[in-house]
Design a protein around this ligand. Structure first.
Ligand SMILES: [Zn+2]
Length: 48
């Protein structure tokens, strides 16, 4: 999921929610299009 290059630079190469390849996309922009639920998190910290 995380690709390392250089010494301390990492970037998301695969969306943790839907698995889409992010190497040619704006990763942060794509990730923001998801809801916390997509990442297995509950919104507002509600335990489900
Ligand atoms: Zn995604």
């Amino acid at each position: 999921m995380i690709e390392r290059f250089g010494h301390d630079k990492i970037r998301l190469v695969k969306c943790p929610a839907c698995g889409v390849d992010l190497r040619d996309k704006k990763a942060s922009f794509h990730v923001e299009s998801h809801t916390p639920n997509d990442f297995g998190l509950s919104p507002q910290g509600v335990i489900q």
